[in-house]
Design a protein. Sequence first.
Length: 143
Amino acid sequence: MRKLLKISDVLTKLKVSRRTVDYWVDNGILKAIRFGGTYRFHPEDIDQLSESIRETMESEHQKILVVGEDILMRHSIKSLLDRAGYSVTVVPDGDSALRLSQVQDFDLMLADMRMPEMNGVVTLKAIRKAQRCVKRDDTEDDC
């Protein structure tokens, strides 16, 4: 039988935060043994979770929308995220992001906070509002 792992070993192996491990333990995703005031983990459970995470990341390429007026910044971020295995789409402004979000779903949006006309916060609020209206299938004035 292999030695039980400490929380620091799990954080290093899975490359996640302590908060993430606590969430997994609290929600039954990861089995932990309470040992004094800390957790200990079976290496087999960590190996299984690590493999599950890897398979999920390979099968579900996370889609990211990058919004910003600076073309160099957009393409630098795209290059980094592409190499990390994400599916990345870039657009130059909030209006383009809003139109694109109506025909395609994204898991994450990175937006420049200082864009002319429609900054990142305004863009995100407009996208959320449009998504709420579509989900409710509303035709009210606020949609």
